[in-house]
Design a protein around this ligand. Structure first.
Ligand SMILES: NC(=O)c1ccc[n+]([C@@H]2O[C@H](COP(=O)([O-])OP(=O)(O)OC[C@H]3O[C@@H](n4cnc5c(N)ncnc54)[C@H](O)[C@@H]3O)[C@@H](O)[C@H]2O)c1
Length: 322
C-alpha cells in the first residue's frame, strides 16, 4: 500500500490513553498514516514532536487534513469534537463516554444522525469485546445455557490500582458503567432495562438493574489498590449453576448446582495490547467500508447510562422496535 492510499488519521487530545491504547497499537496497522495531533497542552505537544508527529494549532486545521480522527481528550470535550468531526465529514472514534452531561446528549444524538446520513463511522473504545476471557464467555454461553439453564443474573466486579489522575471524570460510575452495560448487551443482546445507582465516588461505584427479559445485573468497581492491576470478575448465575471468570488468572470456574461438581477451565487472561489493537483495527476497517463493532444505539446507551445514573440515580432504556 502506498502512503497516498493509507487512511489519514489525526488525534485530538494526546494523553496517556491516546498513546498507550491507540497510537502504539496503530503502529502495527499498515494501512494507516497518523498525520498529526491537536492538544492545547505544551507538554503533550512536546511529546508529539519528539515522536515525529505534526502538531496542529487548532482542531479545525487537523480535521481539514484527515479522513478519520481519534477523540481522546477529557470527557467534557468529546461532544464538541464529535460535532466538529462530523461537520468536517471525518470518521470519528470518540472515547467513552461520548459526552458527560444530559445537556450535551442532544448534540451527540444529532451528530450520530448526521454521521449516518453522510455515511461516516462513529465508534468508541470498549476493549472487553476483544479480550480473551470475555470472548471465551460469549462463545461458551450457549453450551452453558443448555447445561445449566437460562442466565438469571450477571454480576461484574473490578478492582484496579489507584487512579493516576484526579478529576478526569465526574465519578467512577460515569467512567465505567458504559463498559459494563456494553458487556451485558454484547453478551445477551440489547433490550429494554432499568438501572439504578447505588453508590458513586471517584474510587468506588455500585449500580444494579433489571432487563425486561428478566435478567438482573449488578456492577461494582473500586480503584484503591497499590499494585498496578486491572482485575475483573464476571459472575453469571444460571438457573442450575454459576460461572465465574477471573480475568487476572485466566480461569473460568463452573459450579453445577445439580451435581455439586466444580470445574475449572482456562479462558485466557486479559490481553491488553491485543484488545486495543483489535479495537483500533475495527475502527480502521469500518472507515474502509466494513461494519463497526458498535451500533449508534449501543453508543447512545453506553453514554446515557452513566449520565442518567450520575445526574438522576435512575436510567430507563427503551429498546428500539425492530
Ligand atoms: N476506553 C478505555 O478503556 C479508556 C481508558 C482510559 C481512558 N479513556 C478515555 O480517554 C480519555 C482521555 O483519558 P486520559 O487518561 O488519556 O487523559 P489524559 O489527561 O492523560 O489526556 C487527555 C489529553 O487531552 C488534552 N486536552 C485537554 N483539553 C483538550 C481539548 N480541548 N482538546 C484537545 N485535547 C485536550 C490534555 O492536554 C491531555 O493531553 C477520557 O475520555 C477517558 O475516558 C478510555
Amino acid at each position: 500500500m502506498t502512503e497516498a492510499e493509507k487512511l489519514k488519521i489525526g488525534v485530538i487530545g494526546l494523553g496517556d490513553h491516546a498513546w498507550q491504547s491507540h497510537l502504539l497499537p496503530l503502529r502495527e496497522v499498515a494501512e494507516v498514516q497518523v498525520v498529526g495531533v491537536f492538544d492545547p497542552a505544551p507538554r503533550a505537544q512536546e511529546r508529539a514532536r519528539a515522536a515525529g508527529l505534526f502538531v496542529y494549532d487548532s482542531e479545525a486545521e487537523l480535521l481539514a487534513s484527515v479522513e478519520a480522527v481519534l477523540v481522546t481528550s477529557p470527557d467534557r470535550f468529546h461532544a464538541a469534537s464529535l460535532e466538529a468531526a462530523i461537520a468536517a465529514s471525518v470518521h470519528a472514534l470518540v472515547e467513552k463516554p461520548l459526552c458527560d452531561s444530559s445537556q450535551d446528549l442532544p448534540r451527540v444524538r444529532a451528530a450520530l444522525g448526521e454521521a449516518k446520513q453522510k455515511g461516516l463511522v462513529v465508534s468508541s473504545c470498549h476493549p472487553r469485546r476483544f479480550d480473551p476471557p470475555f470472548l471465551w464467555a460469549r462463545t461458551e454461553l450457549p453450551a452453558l445455557v443448555d447445561r445449566l439453564g437460562p442466565v438469571l443474573d450477571l454480576r461484574f466486579d473490578f478492582f484496579y490500582h489507584k487512579p493516576s489522575k484526579q478529576g478526569l471524570h465526574l465519578g467512577l460510575l460515569l467512567d465505567h458503567a458504559n463498559h459494563e452495560i456494553d458487556l451485558v448487551n454484547w453478551l445477551f443482546g440489547a433490550t429494554s432495562f432499568n438501572a439504578y445507582k447505588l453508590y458513586d465516588s471517584e474510587l468506588r461505584y455500585a449500580a444494579c438493574g433489571q432487563r425486561d427479559d428478566g435478567l438482573s445485573f449488578s456492577f461494582f468497581g473500586s480503584r484503591t489498590l497499590e499494585r498496578r492491576v486491572y482485575s475483573e470478575l464476571l459472575r453469571l448465575r444460571f438457573e442450575r449453576g454459576e460461572l465465574t471468570i477471573d480475568t487476572e488468572r485466566g480461569i473460568a470456574t463452573v459450579l453445577d448446582f445439580e451435581t455439586g461438581r466444580l470445574e475449572e477451565e482456562a479462558c485466557g487472561t486479559t490481553a491488553y495490547a491485543e484488545r486495543f489493537l483489535k479495537t483500533n483495527e475495527d475502527f480502521i476497517a469500518a472507515c474502509r467500508g466494513g461494519a463497526s463493532y458498535l451500533s449508534p444505539e449501543e453508543l447512545l446507551i453506553n453514554t446515557e447510562i452513566g449520565i442518567a445514573l450520575t445526574e438522576d440515580g435512575i436510567y430507563r432504556h427503551q429498546a428500539e422496535r425492530p
